[in-house]
Design a protein around this ligand. Structure first.
Ligand code: PYC
Length: 314
C-alpha cells in the first residue's frame, strides 16, 4: 500500500485512547464487515502498525477505521484494531467514534446505528455529549470455571461475551489500585495463557483474549471497580465497554441486575461507565453510558526516508 498521508482524530474515553482513521486507510472492498476485518488483519499489518505502534502511537491505543457500512441505515461502519491485531468490537472505541463524528459535524445529538464486525450497535449521543451505546447481545456461557494458573494456583471465573470474549474473576489476590498495575498485568497475562493452554475458549472456539478482575466498590454510588487486560498486554484505562457488557450479562444471569437497574463500573484509574440491561428478542442488550473527549486532529506523514514510518512492529 502506498501511504502518503492519513487523517486521524484522537479521543479518549475515560482515559482509554481511540485513534479514528477518517481517510487514507486501505480499500477493503464492500463485503460483510467481518470479512473486511479479516482482510485487514491478513493484508494490512503495516498500516495497523503505523497507526498504533511507536513512534506515532503506543500499546494502549485502539484504532478505529471508518468504512462504508453494508446497511445503509448505519451512519458508518467501523473496524477496530490494536497493537497486535484486530479487535472484534470495542465499547470505549465506539463512544470515541461517536464523539469524533460529532466533532467532524457528521452527526448531531440523537440515536445513530453503527455497523461493526460482530453486528450493528446503536449509539445515542445526548445533548451533554455523553453517549449511550446499546451493544450487541451479550451472554455468559459458563460460571465458576477453574483453571490452574502456573505460579498462582487455581483461579475461578466466568466466561462471557460482550462483543469480545472475557474471563471474569472476582476478588483477585491483589488490590485493584494503580500501584498494583504491574502485578495485575502479570497475573492476568498468566490467566490468559493458562486458558489457552487448557483449550478453554468461547463457544465459537474464539480465544478468550480479555481478562477482567473485579472487586465490590466501597465508594458511594459506585458498584464495582475493575482491571481489564487487553489482548496486546496493555490494561484498559476505561472500565471497558465490552468488558462491562460481559459483566452485566453475568449479573443478569445471577439475578443481580434487572432491566431498570443501573450498574456503575469504575476502572482501575477511577473513570466510570454506567451500565443497564434490556431484554429483547435477540437476547440481552447491555447499554453503556460514558463520555469521550477529542484531543487531536492530525495528518500522519509517511516520509519515505523515515525507517520507522511504518511503526516499530511488536
Ligand atoms: O471498551 O470494549 C472496550 C475495549 C476493548 C478493548 C479496549 N477497550
Amino acid at each position: 500500500m502506498n501511504l502518503s498521508r492519513v487523517h486521524v482524530v484522537d479521543s479518549h474515553t475515560g482515559g482509554e485512547p481511540t485513534r479514528t482513521v477518517i481517510s487514507g486507510g486501505p480499500d477493503l472492498g464492500d463485503g460483510p464487515l467481518a470479512e473486511r476485518l479479516t482482510r485487514f488483519g491478513l493484508e494490512h499489518n503495516d498500516f495497523r502498525n503505523s497507526i498504533i505502534n511507536e513512534p506515532r502511537g503506543s500499546d494502549v491505543l485502539v484504532g478505529a477505521l471508518l468504512v462504508e457500512p453494508v446497511d445503509p441505515t448505519c451512519v458508518t461502519g467501523v473496524l477496530y484494531f490494536n497493537n497486535v491485531g484486530n479487535i472484534l468490537m470495542c465499547g470505549h472505541g465506539t463512544i470515541g467514534v461517536v464523539a469524533t463524528l460529532a466533532y467532524l459535524g457528521r452527526i448531531t445529538p440523537g440515536t445513530h446505528r453503527i455497523e461493526t464486525a460482530v453486528g450493528i450497535v446503536s449509539a445515542c449521543l445526548h445533548p451533554d455529549m455523553t453517549v449511550t451505546l446499546a451493544n450487541v447481545p451479550s451472554f455468559r456461557i459458563a460460571a465458576g470455571v477453574t483453571v490452574d494458573v502456573p505460579g498462582y494456583g487455581p483461579v475461578t471465573g466466568d466466561i462471557a461475551w460482550g462483543g469480545n470474549w472475557f474471563f471474569l474473576v472476582a476478588n483477585p489476590p491483589f488490590r485493584l489500585v494503580p500501584s498494583e498495575i504491574p502485578q495485575l498485568t502479570t497475573f492476568t497475562t498468566a490467566i490468559k495463557r493458562a486458558l489457552a493452554a487448557n483449550n478453554i475458549t468461547g463457544n465459537d472456539s474464539g480465544e478468550i483474549d480479555h481478562i477482567e478482575l473485579f472487586v465490590d466498590s466501597d465508594k458511594s454510588g459506585i458498584d464495582s471497580r475493575n482491571f481489564v487486560l487487553c489482548p496486546g498486554g496493555a490494561y484498559d484505562r476505561s472500565p471497558c465497554g465490552t468488558g462491562t457488557s460481559a459483566k452485566l450479562a453475568c449479573l443478569y444471569a445471577d439475578g443481580k441486575l434487572l432491566p431498570g437497574g443501573v450498574w456503575r463500573q469504575e476502572s482501575i484509574i477511577g473513570s466510570v461507565f454506567e451500565g443497564r440491561v434490556t431484554v429483547t428478542e435477540s437476547g440481552l442488550i447491555p447499554s453503556i453510558t460514558g463520555r469521550a473527549f477529542v484531543n487531536s486532529d492530525a495528518q500522519l506523514i509517511y516520509d519515505p526516508a523515515d525507517p520507522f514510518r511504518l511503526g516499530i512492529p511488536t
